[in-house]
Ligand binder design. Structure first.
Ligand SMILES: C[S@@+](CC[C@H](N)C(=O)[O-])C[C@H]1O[C@@H](n2cnc3c(N)ncnc32)[C@H](O)[C@@H]1O
Length: 229
């Protein structure tokens, strides 16, 4: 039985299963293998843009005898998927900007029943901004620490079709400012410090005043919603 890292276990735990899941950027296909082994899914599509990652995936499938249940596919994002081929889509371990671009290039995901589980390594604000601007609501967010320094967030979202404007601060912190657990607190603090560092650098250099003002607004949102120094 495959053992998932805390980061991948947190993402896999947010998937409903019971339907066809697509794992985009799968590399070793660890999440697909877990989904089959745990009985959460009977069919998973595991895709990646690169041949080498897909070879890694093939080795995992061979090792655990999962070739029948997991379909491997070369795909740039969701480009090699037929519309509605998967009801749940999982994208982990990529930058948030790339995740948002992949979702934006696949308008077929904007439909009732679509559930996304996303784990951005950076710029989670781009992911939340995409979701909130395209009819998704955040179902749940989970943060998880690995080692002493690394903390990751996983975002689960459902498509409802209702698009309501959200403050930029919500894109940066999502529902995590309301959470009491240590990993979520560490994640929002890191995010706040990153925004502050950039805003201070811009004001020090006297450049991009509009970007600085937008970042100061995000900082204001952080403190208005219980963020700590
Ligand atoms: C760091 S690995 C993450 C692997 C795994 N999902 C995880 O979270 O551990 C990122 C993977 O995304 C793949 N990737 C990067 N850009 C991609 C794209 N546009 N479409 C599909 N896969 C992509 C890379 O080839 C690589 O295998």
């Amino acid at each position: 039985m495959l053992f998932l890292s805390p980061r991948l276990a947190a993402a896999a735990g947010l998937l409903d299963g019971g339907k066809t899941v697509a794992d985009v950027g799968t590399d070793h296909a660890y999440i697909p293998a877990y989904l089959i082994q745990s009985g959460k899914c009977t069919h998973v599509i595991a895709s990646d843009i690169g041949g080498k990652p897909l070879e890694n995936a093939r080795q995992t499938l061979r090792k655990y005898g999962l070739e029948e249940q997991i379909e491997l596919r070369i795909s740039d994002g969701l480009r090699a998927y037929a519309p509605a081929e998967a009801e749940e889509i999982c994208i982990c371990g990529m930058g948030g900007t790339l995740i948002a671009e992949i979702l934006d290039a696949a308008p077929w995901i904007l439909r009732p029943g679509m559930h996304l589980v996303l784990q951005p390594m950076t710029h989670s604000e781009d992911v939340r901004a995409f979701l909130c601007g395209h009819g998704f609501v955040l179902r749940r967010e989970v943060c998880v620490a690995e080692g002493r320094r690394r903390v990751y967030c996983c975002i689960s979202a459902d498509w409802t079709g209702k698009t309501e404007p959200v403050p930029a601060g919500f894109s940066y912190f999502g529902t995590l400012l309301r959470q009491e657990d240590a990993a979520a607190k560490a994640f929002v603090k890191k995010q706040y410090l990153r925004v502050k560092k950039r805003a201070d650098a811009l004001s020090g250099a006297g450049i991009h005043p509009e970007e600085e003002a937008a970042l100061r607004e995000v900082i204001g949102y952080y403190f208005e919603n219980g963020g700590e120094v």
